[in-house]
Design a protein around this ligand. Structure first.
Ligand SMILES: Nc1ncnc2c1ncn2[C@@H]1O[C@H](COP(=O)(O)OP(=O)(O)OP(=O)(O)O)[C@@H](O)[C@H]1O
Ligand SMILES: [Mg+2]
Length: 328
């Protein structure tokens, strides 16, 4: 359905997307996750034909998103990460406006709009002014609007941002509902737990690079296809460890940094966190090394392996998401 191949986007000399390759099959509910500035919005805007790529190819349902920006808009419904101001526009007029942009007949728009507003639970708001709706309602209206021309792919850029917990749940239910109706959906967020509850597959982006992608259960069991530009060590095999020492953390951190199997070290007060590319044998060797060097080790334990810890493991400090970690 969606194929991205070696996609690049430069803003000036800085790459925002660096050689991204990704496939989203038909019917998928795909979560696109990454810290601020990872390149999610940039990628989504290119997919939707709203931004020129610097290189690479994108096709959606066989339509070339890079060279055929007119037709791509017919196969995609886009919910941007901001909601505009719509003074003096009623909900029904808003839907009619967007429908007419796709060259639809007023009669058809009214029928489809009625169905869509029902789907997003806004049937009773038809006559209300758009600007009078709550943020959650506006977001749902935005989804309805994006579906007016029955697109093959629905792209939503952080539809949950700024929503209260109830509105988040409603949005999640709406997207699950759409997914069960067979719609292919791509949704971005920087909160992994939010996506993991509703998506069947995810891609984790960091600094314009896809660092992990696949079905959630495959990522968790280490089966996911390692994406492009993967670091030499396989992130899926690593274990995240937390360690407490007495006194200064300088020496243990220095010892860890010298170990080629250790990466993504972060220090929070007395607690040192790091990723070890190995299993119990390597953990035992680390403990022996530290104790032999005279480090007063109080505790060392494995972190539970979940998507959240994987996210922390593959994204890093420049984004303010991973503590003050240091790569090898
Ligand atoms: N119009 C622009 N001009 C220059 N740089 C830009 C522009 N838009 C984005 N960038 C840069 O490109 C990088 C990726 O930004 P992008 O908005 O795609 O990230 P994001 O993953 O959507 O982040 P967020 O979670 O904050 O929405 C960032 O470093 C950003 O500063
Ligand atoms: Mg964004």
């Amino acid at each position: 359905m969606l194929y991205i191949n070696n996609l690049w986007k430069y803003y000036g000399k800085t790459p925002a997307v660096s050689g991204l390759s990704l496939h989203i099959p038909e019917g998928d509910l795909f979560g696109f996750v990454g810290p601020n500035g990872a390149g999610k919005t940039t990628t989504m805007r290119i997919i939707c034909g709203l931004l020129r790529a610097s290189g690479g190819s994108v096709t959606v349902n066989g339509v070339d998103a890079i060279n055929n920006t007119k037709n791509i808009k017919r196969v995609i419904g886009y919910v941007p990460d901001f909601f505009g101001v719509y003074n003096n526009l009623k909900v029904k007029e808003y839907m009619e406006f967007y429908g007419s942009m796709y060259g639809m007949y007023t009669r058809d728009i009214q029928k489809i709009s009625g169905d869509l507003l029902e789907l997003v639970n806004l049937s009773d708001k038809n006559e209300e002014y758009v600007d009078s709706l709550s943020r959650g309602m506006k977001q749902r209206l935005c989804v309805a609007r994006a579906l007016i021309h029955n697109p093959k792919l629905l792209v939503l850029d952080e539809p949950n941002s700024g929503l209260d917990p109830r509105a988040r749940v409603e949005m999640k239910e709406l997207l699950k509902n759409l997914s069960s109706m067979g719609k292919t959906i791509m949704i971005s967020s920087h909160i992994l737990s939010e996506l993991s509850e509703m998506c069947n597959s995810v891609g984790i982006m960091n600094h314009g690079v896809l660092v992990a992608a696949g079905k959630i259960e495959d990522i968790m069991s280490g089966q996911a296809i390692p994406p492009q530009n993967m670091p030499q060590q396989n992130i899926f095999q690593g274990v995240r460890l937390t360690m407490n020492v007495l006194g200064s953390t300088d020496m243990p951190v220095r010892i860890l940094k010298e170990n080629p199997m250790v990466s993504h070290i972060s220090i929070m007060e007395r607690k040192i966190e790091f990723t070890l590319n190995g299993g119990d044998k390597e953990i035992a060797a680390i403990i022996a090394g530290l104790v032999n060097a005279g480090v007063p080790l109080v505790e060392i334990k494995k972190q539970e392996k979940n998507l959240e810890s994987l996210f922390m493991q593959v994204t890093d400090e420049d984004n303010g998401m991973g503590g003050d970690s240091h790569e090898n």
